[in-house]
Design a protein around this ligand. Structure first.
Ligand code: EPU
Length: 293
């Protein structure tokens, strides 16, 4: 492991990615690193940069598909045990990248701070959520962000202010490789009211989306003014399967994996669904799921 000499405590070799994704699919990562500090993260980033080794950033694996053959570079996990701190001071909330979004929603609600209710039921980490401006029908994380701390792939750290970030639909213009953490500004409100809102959003999600299966959330983005789920449903693809991957019966924009599923099954099903929607509606569905190659 010359590449990571001196960092053996935090770098594993040939780590099965199925252990780290919500799909529970995916072959081995050639290297898998869990830095404990920003300095260790910088070391890893610099060595990869100097040796042209590809880096993949992992949060909780709730929005990714890793190929059956795995990936040949380094997967760097912003692990909650090392990068999971959340602190609240007045109306300001700070979260490190590895903090779970659900913890963030719970902690801010308990503190009587409003602004994150819309994120209830979204899995994943604060870092992943910031990177893609996670959200749903009731709002997104971008609307409460004040600033974001990032590190680029050469290990250089800097802060980006809200005014300088573009928050789009499931995307931002943050291109730095690593989100280190973010600061949020919330609004004091009645904890009872916040709790009611959270329950309302939660119930809506629970009734319309598969919750206890192997899936990675919505597979496609909604095309402008349309719903990907409704289009796939109209084509009649609910329940359609390829190998062990099938289109959810509950929400057609979800793909669920059975025990015998492979990443290849999911990929083939994604292509099949796209083709059928293109043929019928002349609409090109864009990926929301992050497919690693
Ligand atoms: N619909 C169908 N059939 C289906 C699924 C949906 O006809 O199988 C219809 C619904 O009846 C509704 C419309 O399509 O009229 C929209 O569906 P829904 O309300 O479930 O919302 P969505 O647009 O499919 C979006 C986000 C979700 C988020 C929900 C709720 C996208 C791609 N999806 O779903 O986000 O949870 O709103 O806020 O933007 C995700 O990002 O992974 C995700 C699941």
């Amino acid at each position: 492991m010359n590449l990571f000499a001196g960092l053996e405590e935090i770098v594993r070799e040939n780590e099965p990615m199925a252990k780290h994704t919500w799909f529970r699919l995916g072959g081995p990562a050639r290297y898998f690193a869990r830095p404990r500090t920003e300095e260790e993260l910088r070391q890893i980033a610099r060595r990869c940069h100097e040796n042209s080794v590809r880096m993949y950033v992992l949060g909780r694996g709730s929005n990714i598909l890793v190929p059956d053959a795995g990936v040949s570079g380094v997967v760097v996990q912003m692990y909650y045990k090392h990068f999971g701190n959340v602190s609240i001071a007045g109306e300001t909330v700070r979260a490190q990248a590895g903090a779970s979004l659900s913890q963030l929603v719970r902690r801010t609600a308990q503190a009587g701070l409003s602004g994150m209710e819309c994120l209830v039921g979204i899995p994943g980490t604060a870092g992943g959520a910031v990177k893609i401006n996670a959200g749903g029908r009731f709002g997104d994380i971008g609307s409460v962000i004040r600033s974001v701390r990032v590190m680029d792939s050469s290990g250089y750290e800097f802060e980006r202010q809200r005014d300088d970030i573009y928050f789009g639909y499931r995307m931002t213009n943050i291109i730095a490789k690593f989100i280190l953490g973010a600061e949020f500004t919330l609004v004091p409100d009645d904890p009872e009211r916040i709790g009611r809102m959270i329950r309302e959003v939660w119930v809506l999600k629970k009734n319309s989306q598969p919750m206890n299966s192997r899936n990675a959330g919505c597979v496609f983005k909604n095309p402008r003014a349309l719903s990907a789920g409704a289009l796939i449903d109209k084509v009649g693809l609910k329940g359609h399967h390829i190998g062990g991957a099938f289109v959810s019966e509950k929400h057609a924009n979800f793909i669920e994996a059975r025990d015998d599923a492979t990443s290849k099954d999911v990929l083939q099903l994604v292509e099949y669904v796209r083709q059928r929607v293109r043929d019928r509606f002349d609409v090109d569905l864009e990926m929301e799921l992050d497919i690693w190659q």
